[in-house]
Ligand binder design. Structure first.
Ligand code: COA
Length: 299
């Protein structure tokens, strides 16, 4: 399969994007694709070495990139990184909240502090970044015309649509992220012309998340229980991100796009396809011969 982008190379021309967690995994792929489509890119992360390596990789592709160290759990870091992005590039058009924390743990073994840590990174961190970026993203904000606001993209998950083993902390955190997406889309869409959307990725190969949640030891076993299991690529998420944050998605606001190959709908098949036809006919016939609910004496 070709991993060429189907989008024009200039759909983000002149835009400035700040991507938290932009130094690795899905965040890095989004940074790369944004850069390849014309954006200048600021990436935020906690580890200097990871940031430095990511920035040089982006620059080697001819992308205008800069890295800022910071932890989304710290409001002063969030404020400083947003301000530094503005100082460096002169404006801010797109904020992507891709920073996340995760580990497998049973609810019973998870300490309240472990639960809080993931809530702090994923949910509070997302809100904090949005809060600090608002000033720059709103229409008429510094570096912006009064013609339009910027956009926000929150990386979520599908874990909380049903329930997920050993992921109570992340499921709770991403449920909050989705609520943040919708509420900000409503308030900031109306007040400031800012679009706020999300992406809920399925299992994406070659990411820190997959390495932690589906290490090789459990990978093949997990697949047996997931009929629609198909590994996605970081590219799949980055293309969705381009759609949602560029003008191609200009009428999309408050939605979280599921990009998981349908995995969250998966159920084990309880009956083979060939058997269902025969069984169904047999059941029909039986119920015609003896309608359900009609006592035997009335037949
Ligand atoms: N199982 C159970 N509890 C765990 C755990 C695990 N694997 N890893 C961390 N915790 C608990 C700790 O025990 C601690 O709780 P306690 O004080 O009650 O003991 C709490 O979580 C915080 O851990 P700590 O290591 O101090 O946090 P940190 O801020 O250094 O790291 C994490 C944050 C734990 C989320 C870390 O995994 C991380 O930095 N992740 C970022 C990268 C990532 O997860 N990427 C995947 C994205 S999908």
């Amino acid at each position: 399969m070709s991993l060429e982008s189907p989008f024009k190379a200039d759909i983000l021309k002149g835009k400035v994007a700040l991507i938290t967690g932009g130094g690795s995994g899905i965040g890095f792929e989004i940074s790369t694709q944004f850069g390849k489509h014309g954006a200048s890119v600021a990436i935020m992360g906690r580890r200097k070495q990871v940031l430095d390596a990511a920035v040089s990789a982006l620059r080697s592709l001819g992308i205008k990139a800069v890295g800022f160290e910071g932890d989304v759990r710290r409001q002063e870091h969030a404020k400083k990184v947003v301000e530094s992005t503005f100082e460096h590039f002169g404006k801010l058009d797109i904020l992507v909240n891709a920073a996340a924390g995760n580990f497998l743990v049973s609810a019973e073994d998870l300490s309240p502090n472990g639960f809080r840590t993931v809530m702090d990174i994923d949910s509070v961190g997302t809100f904090t970044m949005c809060h600090e970026a608002l000033k720059y993203l709103k229409k008429g904000g510094p570096g912006r015309s009064s013609a339009g606001g910027g956009s926000i993209l929150n990386i979520s998950a599908t874990l909380h649509y049903t329930a997920s083993w050993y992921q109570i902390h992340v499921a709770a955190a991403k449920a909050a992220v989705d609520a943040i997406t919708r509420n900000l889309a409503l308030e900031w869409g109306a007040d400031y012309d800012i679009r706020v959307n999300g992406i809920a990725p399925g299992p994406i190969g070659d990411t820190p998340g997959m390495n932690k949640l589906a290490p090789d030891e459990i990978n093949s076993k997990a697949r047996d229980y997931m009929p629609l299991y198909k590994l996605g690529e970081k590219w799949d998420i980055a293309m969705a991100a381009l759609y949602l944050t560029s003008d191609t998605g200009k009428y999309v606001n408050g939605t979280t796009l599921i990009v998981d190959g349908g995995l969250w709908l998966s159920r084990p098949r309880h009956l083979p396809k060939d058997a269902v036809k025969q069984l169904s006919r047999t059941v029909e016939k039986r119920s015609r011969d003896k309608p359900i609910g009609v006592p035997k004496s009335k037949l």
